[in-house]
Write a protein that binds this ligand. Structure first.
Ligand code: ADP
Ligand code: MG
Length: 639
């Protein structure tokens, strides 16, 4: 053996990798110590049995490997081998075929046991699958990304794009985040600036954002909270986001209820105070009248003194009138309850109202058929109606229209749930609507306060609506007020019906189950609460629902969708109102079915609707079931 040969042999013998010298057809010529140790055979056994001692014939990678070696003269890759005791060893092999000087072929095979590495890989793979499963089931969206200058994502879980109402694909490009998440360009720019500003200082205290609206045209706006946490030592952020829409909606409802409750409590307190003062004041007035009349006899013959006393008593008379009104507001006036027909009451006052309104105001009345009687005090309800009409007159100094109407309202438990001041059951409704100046929110909130007035001191006492409020409350009723600056005012007083429904027919109608459908309905209203309730109700009934917050948006959605079967439009919306929007849609789709709705009475909006007159009309407030019934009815009707 030459020096060189002996060096190679030493290598071969001492190698920690198992090594074989074989013939291409599978005979083993030599095997080293590591090979014997790995497979549990002696070298003699391996030479006797050949390659088949160690290969795993079940391994589907084996034949392709042999084929590759035959074709290319070499193979490197992973296979399963087998020990003498039958156990399988995952190995990595390299095998090369060489031609000897005598022309014979030999294959050298180097085998490395990769059991440890395989285990580690498997553990890692499981760990990754586990982490991914945990991440994707977290109730928050989570991503790892750079922020500056562009949001570039390294990782995101399933909820991250979901809560931002977008997709992984849409967020793939660096910086795509802002366009993909925020539709409105102005808002997008503002929030982008703010977030980048907040992140610039790497101050964790500043890197959270609450109640961020994620708006999508035609759908309800959702809200998220988001937080960024810098990764120490890397220019990366962990971005988390979670949906707070339910909490936000609940808070809004609570806030609204809270405000109503507060207002009711304040009215109670003011009522108690006013009632107390009025009571004492009445006693004082009794004294003034009494002593005044006594004095009259003593000064008889003194013309100047008689005139002065006359003035004193007239002032006292005015004070007594105010006091009576305060007592009415405070519900300290006794009422004489009889069965009353509101229709007859309105008809009886029509002439007087016409006179009070003056020539420039056109008075119309609309009296409902089958109106239930109420238990009430005729004088008080007449006074309430007169007060409302006088306010309507004052609101129309340039003239206008005054509508007086009666109606029937059947309120269900769901109405009461939404408006706790309501009562379930049948009601007779008295309504007064004007086309006057209307009220802003500040005025609306205070109109029922005694002495609240926006009029000149000699024109208003601020007691008119306080008295109406007191009267309606004393009759166990409640009031709805709709008014916006420049858009007139509708005030409705609801009085509980005196007895249960007289005719079975209307009862049956009220109880007929609501039917749904699969048509596409476009809803437009600027009031979020109306939209939210209507949207939910119709979706639950199976309809495809699109929603818009003004006429402009409604027309846009209508054109884009091309499959709207029916539009339900609020008459008065900021910018483009319902009728105007409808006219535009009708140009695209003549005969398009429509329902208009409004808090104002139909008479008040009739003028706006005039060119399209004859469309079904829904008076707010309405129960969700009323809307659903109306929609089915209109969809089922022929064109
Ligand atoms: P007064 O009429 O003496 O001012 P009221 O209690 O009747 O007192 O009304 C209070 C305020 O409410 C009015 O000053 C006015 O600002 C507002 N208001 C009442 N009714 C209407 C109406 N129909 N249109 C516009 N504003 C109204
Ligand atoms: Mg008044």
């Amino acid at each position: 053996m030459t020096d060189r040969e002996s060096r190679y042999r030493t290598f071969f013998e001492n190698s920690l990798d198992a090594m074989f010298i074989t013939t291409p057809d599978g005979r083993v010529l030599e095997a080293n110590a590591a090979a014997c140790e790995l497979f549990g055979y002696t070298e003699e056994e391996l030479i006797r049995i050949g390659r088949k001692a160690v290969i795993d014939p079940q391994d589907p990678r084996l034949l392709p490997a042999l084929k590759e070696r035959k074709e290319k003269g070499r193979f490197a890759g992973e296979l399963n081998f087998r020990r003498k005791d039958g156990t399988i060893v995952p190995v990595e092999i390299t095998s090369v075929v060489s031609r000897m000087a005598n022309g014979e072929e030999r294959a050298s095979i180097i085998v490395r046991d990769v059991t440890g590495r395989k285990r580690a890989e498997e553990a890692l793979r499981r760990n990754e699958a586990f982490t991914r499963a945990v991440m994707d089931h977290l109730p928050v969206g989570l991503a790892v990304n750079s922020v500056d200058p562009a949001v570039d994502f390294v990782y995101m879980n399933d909820n991250f794009p979901k809560f931002y109402r977008t997709t992984r694909e849409a967020l793939a490009d660096p910086g795509a985040f802002w366009d993909a998440v925020y539709e409105d360009p102005d808002f997008r720019e503002r929030i982008r600036k703010r977030v980048l500003d907040d992140c610039a200082g790497h101050d964790p205290e500043r890197m959270h954002w609450e109640d961020v609206p994620i708006a999508r045209k035609g759908e309800e706006t959702r809200y998220v909270n988001a937080r960024n946490t810098p990764v120490p030592g890397a220019s990366l952020m962990i971005s988390t986001v979670w949906d707070v829409t339910d909490r936000k909606r609940a808070e809004e409802e609570r806030e609204k209820l809270g405000r109503k409750l507060l207002q009711a409590q304040r009215m109670e307190a003011v009522g108690t105070l006013a009632g107390g003062i009025a009571h004492d004041f009445n006693n004082a007035l009794t004294g003034i009248f009494g002593f005044g009349n006594l004095l009259r006899e003593q000064i008889s013959g003194n013309a100047q003194a008689e005139r002065d006393l006359g003035d004193i008593l007239r002032c006292a008379e005015r004070a007594a009138t105010l006091t009576r009104q305060l007592l009415t507001f405070a519900r300290r006036q006794a009422i004489e309850a009889v069965d009353l027909d509101l229709n007859a009451l309105v008809a009886g006052l029509e002439k007087l109202i016409g006179k009070a309104a003056g020539e420039r105001i056109e008075v119309r009345t609309r009296l409902a058929d089958g109106l239930p009687a109420i238990r009430g005090d005729r004088g008080q309800i007449e006074q309430a109606l007169m007060n409302l009409c006088l306010n309507a007159r004052d609101a129309m100094p340039e003239g206008g229209k005054l509508f007086i109407g009666t109606g029937i309202a059947v309120l269900g438990e769901e109405d009461v749930a939404r408006h706790p001041y309501m009562r379930a059951g049948r009601h007779a409704v008295l309504e007064v609507t004007d086309t006057g100046v209307g009220m802003d929110e500040g005025t609306r909130e205070r109109v029922f306060d005694p002495f609240f007035t926006t009029k000149e001191p000699d024109r208003g006492t601020g007691l008119g609506l306080a008295v109406v409020y007191g009267i309606v409350k004393q009759h166990n009723g409640f009031i709805h007020l709709y008014s916006e600056p420049g858009k007139g005012t509708t005030l409705k007083a609801y009085f509980p019906a005196a007895e249960p429904a007289p005719d079975a027919v209307s009862q049956d109608l009220a109880e007929e189950p609501v039917r749904g459908g699969t048509e596409t309905v476009l809803l437009a209203d600027d009031e979020e609460s109306v939209l939210a309730v209507a949207h939910r109700t119709l979706k639950e009934l199976g309809y495809d629902v699109l929603i818009a917050r003004d006429g402009e948006e409604a027309v846009g959605l209508f054109r884009r969708s091309r499959k709207v079967d029916l539009v339900v439009l609020d008459v008065v919306m900021p910018g483009k109102g319902g009728p105007e929007a409808y006219r535009e849609m009708q140009r695209d789709k003549p005969g398009l079915k429509a329902i208009f709705m409004s808090g104002y009475s139909i008479d008040a909006v009739l003028d706006r609707l005039a060119p399209d007159g004859g469309h079904p009309f829904l008076q707010k407030p309405f129960a969700p079931t009323m809307l659903a019934r109306k929609i089915r009815e209109v969809l089922d009707a022929g064109i």
